[in-house]
Design a protein around this ligand. Structure first.
Ligand SMILES: Nc1ncnc2c1ncn2[C@@H]1O[C@H](COP(=O)(O)OP(=O)(O)O)[C@@H](O)[C@H]1O
Ligand SMILES: [Mg+2]
Length: 272
């Protein structure tokens, strides 16, 4: 049975409302993502992908509409209050970990995510061993650098660490916003593999924004195409596996179509 983890109900987001530079970043987003679903999201710059991610994380509040996480209406909750069940990794490897703190201390903070009382920095022996084992899995040798400041790490090492941090306390929702964009191809490939592993372990709802069409097709089991603040295609697993990279580009630019959802596109066009 479907088990909705994340629901957006007619979410609209207007920046600078009433001003000459008003932007309608989201123009009525309806989305339900079930537990275990992994959604990839594509669309041109400015389509509203990051805005949607921010609405889910609580970094932005919808102008109208509702955000429901695991059947709780969290629309009015700020991001720190959602931190216990929403994990996120962004495009900038410098965001998401504290450069002045060591690898171990960053992990300890991630372990305390969303808990009212933090563990502080006093990690008991078995926890310390667990964290070290997690880091060792990256295969980067960072397990021998647990006391190094995170600011000393390369972009790829740091983003790998952020991925590990996101999965330490299994979230209900994992948000990835172009999290491979700043990495060189080989490192991106490695962090992509790590992403797949973590998602498989966590059984959460995953939303991954990417500009890489190949990743958008290979990862996950559902594809959303966004344009001008709307979801213009919602492609299920079967239809998705039949798509090619160039077909997805056509969907984004509006010249292509997925056979199964022509009615949705026609409806949107008529509504313009
Ligand atoms: N903080 C902001 N203030 C004003 N406009 C914004 C802000 N953030 C995003 N926008 C605008 O909202 C629209 C959607 O942006 P965004 O969600 O970042 O798109 P995407 O991630 O798909 O590139 C764009 O027109 C963008 O310029
Ligand atoms: Mg963006």
């Amino acid at each position: 049975m479907a088990d909705p983890m994340l629901e957006l109900r007619d979410v609209r987001l207007v920046y600078h409302r009433g001003r000459v530079d008003e932007v309608q970043a989201l123009r009525g987003i309806d989305l339900v993502v079930d537990k275990g679903e992994f959604v990839t999201v594509v669309g041109s710059n400015g389509a509203g992908k990051s805005s949607m991610v921010q609405i889910i994380s609580g970094a932005a509040k919808p102008t109208t509409g509702k955000v429901v996480l695991e059947r709780r209406d969290v629309t009015g909750w700020p991001d720190y209050k959602r931190a216990g069940f929403v994990a996120r990794v962004f495009d900038d490897p410098r965001v998401g970990s504290a450069p002045e703190l060591s690898i171990e201390d960053n992990l300890a903070l991630a372990l305390a995510r969303g808990k009212r009382r933090t563990l502080g920095f006093a990690l008991r022996g078995h926890r310390r061993a667990l964290l070290r084992e997690r880091v060792a899995r990256l295969g980067l040798g960072l397990e021998d650098r647990m006391h190094d400041r995170v600011g000393l790490l390369s972009a790829g090492q740091r983003q790998s660490l952020t991925m590990i941090m996101a999965g330490l306390v299994a979230p209900d929702v994992l948000l990835l916003d172009e999290h491979l964009a700043a990495l060189d191809p080989a490192t991106a490939q490695r962090v992509l593999g790590l992403t797949a592993e973590l998602v498989a372990e966590m059984d959460c709802a995953t939303v991954m924004v990417t500009h890489n069409m190949d990743h958008a097709l290979r990862m996950g089991n559902r594809l959303l195409v966004m344009s001008r603040g709307r979801i213009i295609h919602d492609v299920s697993d079967d239809a998705k596996s039949a798509l090619t990279v160039s077909a997805v580009v056509d969907l984004i630019t509006g010249v292509g179509d997925v056979v199964s959802d022509r009615s949705l596109l026609t409806e949107l066009e008529n509504a313009e």
